[in-house]
Write a protein that binds this ligand. Structure first.
Ligand SMILES: C[S@@+](CC[C@H](N)C(=O)[O-])C[C@H]1O[C@@H](n2cnc3c(N)ncnc32)[C@H](O)[C@@H]1O
Length: 228
């Protein structure tokens, strides 16, 4: 599905988020804490917008991973147009091709919802983080706000599929989108999953009247007596 969308994916993102996704990505990079000189993985990097923000903030290196080679090729071209060097790896978030503790930061935007097993994806993200390393997920979230929530769901169900068809020619992909949000844990539920797989310091904030959630978490460091 993502292979079919590549050429129009960014435009559709801008339209669906009324141009706000760039600000959310920058907020993600700001919220994750110190970035300069940190080794970062952009999990499910797609066309690479979050990787671009990480490199702008000084992360080094930034590795973009995605199972879809056409997405990675697009991401690489965009990075090069901005004078950035892109490291792109074809891979699956459920079986990351990296050593334990390989990264200081793991970030993902609009990806977890697409994983067949969210807990396994979070476990893998934790595994490739060094102790003390930080994780951020920016993701659509079931909107539980009274009144606003049902309106947001109705808009997503009624507007997104036809808009997707007009812009990308692919109505099914944008039917999948609201359905995948409905199946996904709400912001508290995702916080619980993060804690269950061993993250600590889990917190979140929401954007777009509660329809998008940014979660931040940390891989705990072993207690001093465990490393002495
Ligand atoms: C909605 S797009 C988000 C892309 C990008 N992160 C962004 O912010 O625009 C979801 C991305 O997740 C990728 N994806 C799907 N399944 C995945 C998996 N099992 N592991 C890693 N990435 C996956 C897709 O190929 C796609 O590029």
């Amino acid at each position: 599905m993502f292979d079919r969308l590549v050429g129009r994916y960014d435009l559709m993102n801008r339209l669906m988020t009324i141009g706000m996704d760039g600000a959310w990505r920058r907020a993600t990079v700001e919220a994750i804490g110190p970035v300069r000189g940190r080794r970062a993985l952009d999990l499910g990097c797609g066309t690479g917008d979050l990787s671009i923000e990480l490199r702008r903030a000084g992360a080094e290196p930034v590795v973009g991973l995605d199972p879809v080679p056409t997405m990675l090729a697009f991401a690489r071209r965009k990075a090069e147009q901005r004078g950035q060097a892109a490291l792109a790896v074809v891979g699956d978030g459920l079986a990351l091709p990296f050593a334990d503790g390989a990264f200081d930061l793991v970030v993902s935007a609009f990806v977890l919802r697409n994983l067949a097993d969210v807990s396994e994806g979070l476990r893998e993200a934790r595994r490739v983080l060094r102790p003390g390393g930080r994780f951020a997920s920016l993701e659509l979230t079931p909107n539980t706000t009274p009144i606003v929530g049902p309106i947001a769901r109705a808009i997503a169900g009624l507007v997104v599929p036809p808009l997707g068809e007009i812009v990308t020619g692919d109505r099914d992909a944008y039917r999948y989108l609201p359905a995948s949000v409905d199946r996904f844990p709400n912001a508290n539920g995702l916080s619980r999953l993060l804690a269950e797989v061993g993250f600590t310091g889990v917190r979140y904030r929401r954007f777009l009247f509660g329809s998008v959630a940014l979660h931040i978490a940390r891989r705990p460091e072993p207690p001093p007596w465990a490393t002495a």
